[in-house]
Design a protein around this ligand. Structure first.
Ligand code: ZN
Length: 136
């Protein structure tokens, strides 16, 4: 059966701080730059999600848009306008880098969509993004 990939883009905003407490302040500033700001700072994240699967014979769609939106918002709304380090348990253990945030999102989206999650991209700024893709 033909598999079709469907992509949709979402946005959320969150604050974070990157800091390794065992390192000197100067070393943290050097390593993390603006993301080491003592009170944290914010990013407007853009998340692209690709689902893949055979279009449903009745609807002709990989997934109904309303269902896709509802499940994605269950994942991203808890992050929106939050300080990741202080309010999201995962980031009390993992650093709130783009690399870690994209892995967190991947795990959460797999819980909602299973193997249909094919690729996700997380833009932290206009110039850098992080990507995870399902191994075939
Ligand atoms: Zn930052």
């Amino acid at each position: 059966m033909t598999q079709v990939a469907f992509y949709r883009v979402y946005t959320f905003s969150a604050a974070h701080r990157l800091d390794i407490p065992e390192k000197e302040a100067e070393a943290n500033r050097e390593l993390f730059g603006k993301c080491n700001n003592p009170n944290g700072h914010g990013h407007d994240y853009t998340l692209g999600i690709g689902l893949i699967g055979p279009p449903d014979p009745e609807t002709g769609m990989v997934i109904p848009l309303s269902e896709f939106d509802r499940l994605v918002h269950e994942v991203i709304d808890p992050l929106d306008h939050k300080h990741l380090n202080e309010e999201i348990d995962y980031f009390k253990i993992h650093r709130s880098t783009g690399e870690e945030i994209v892995q967190y999102l991947w795990l959460q989206l797999q819980r909602k969509f299973g193997n249909k999650v094919f690729r996700i991209k997380l833009w932290e700024t206009n110039n850098n993004y992080f990507e995870l893709e399902r191994m075939q």
